[in-house]
Design a protein around this ligand. Structure first.
Ligand code: GDP
Length: 296
């Protein structure tokens, strides 16, 4: 069960928005994630090579935006099923030459169920037969009235292929994020969620965490579900070793004893011993529940 925190207003600092890209298959989610990532490289702000840790950041107007780079609904719903709210904004990708499709509608339902604001990226506007107005008309029928037609939803026409209007998309995401007033207290022990984890043959368990609150540091004792760890190393989305991670940052953590599931809540506790006890308690609870389930 996740605690709720009651931070004093003066302790809160602006944090980057966390964005998930959703939409129908082949409408360009992966291409758009790649193209957005490349805006940072051409801006010369990050190293050339970004590694896959489940999320990355780009900067616009000097401020970071965090993108979860597992496109599609599965990751989003898996996390929501665990009660994890890790997304602040959904970018709904709709191909301008194809329009609204079943998974477009599913994505709208997911975003609404999670109460997350939607920005529409009308993609593939470079293509012959692209009809961005038709996309707006179709989505208006699903109650996503474009701001330029007097509604409340921001639309941006883009092309992941020609890289057209990507800065506009980032700008729009920031405008929507500003309305959400996303803030967190950085001066406490870190907590947040697991975005992905894997067992690396060389490095052992590698767990990507998204920090919701507080600052994660090397040496911290962490619990995530039935797993615990002492942070041995922190690696950012560029592959650089860092000493700390802050609210809104994704960070790869080495030092876990196992691989907690995506969506699992994590938090820093006062000692390794405490972390071990909490993880063991959780493991026992899970075991008891599963025995209870099996015996009907
Ligand atoms: P996803 O299934 O939503 O992740 O879609 P992909 O990113 O895999 O894209 C599906 C196909 O559409 C690929 O062949 C892409 O090259 C192509 N595609 C994606 N974005 C654009 C675009 O802006 N313009 C054009 N012409 N093709 C695109």
């Amino acid at each position: 069960i996740e605690p709720t925190y009651d931070d004093a207003a003066e302790d809160l600092v602006e944090r980057p928005p966390v964005v998930t890209i959703m939409g129908h298959v082949d409408h360009g989610k992966t291409s758009l994630l790649d193209a957005v990532r490349e805006t940072e490289v051409t801006a010369g702000e990050a190293g050339g090579i970004t590694q896959h840790i489940g999320a990355y950041q780009v900067h616009h107007n000097g401020k970071a935006i965090t993108f979860l780079d597992t496109p599609g609904h599965q990751a989003f719903t898996a996390m929501r099923a665990r009660g994890a709210k890790v997304t602040d904004i959904v970018v709904l990708v709709v191909a301008a030459d194809d329009g609204v499709k079943p998974q477009t509608e599913e994505a709208i339902d997911h975003a609404r169920a999670a109460d997350v604001p939607i920005v529409v990226a009308v993609n593939k506007i470079d293509k012959e037969g692209a009809d961005p107005t038709r996309v707006r008309t179709e989505l208006t029928q699903r109650d996503l009235q474009p701001a330029e037609w007097g509604g409340e939803i921001e639309y941006v026409d883009v092309s992941a292929k020609t890289k057209q209007n990507l800065e506009d998309l980032l700008e729009t995401i920031q405008v929507v994020a500003d309305l959400e007033e996303l803030k967190a207290n950085p001066n406490v022990e870190a907590s947040g969620h697991v975005i992905e984890s894997k067992l690396d043959p060389g490095r052992g368990p590698v767990v990507t965490l998204l920090i919701d609150r507080g600052t994660l540091k090397i040496g911290d004792a962490v619990v995530a579900g039935a797993d615990w760890g002492k942070v041995r190393a922190l690696v950012d989305y560029k592959g650089d070793r860092v000493k700390e991670a802050h609210p809104g940052d994704p960070v790869e953590v080495l030092g876990f004893d196992g691989v907690p599931e995506a969506g699992e809540f994590f938090h820093v506790v006062e000692s390794d011993k405490r972390a071990r006890v909490l993880a063991a308690e959780r493991a026992n609870r899970l075991k008891t529940e599963s025995i209870a389930r099996r015996s009907g």
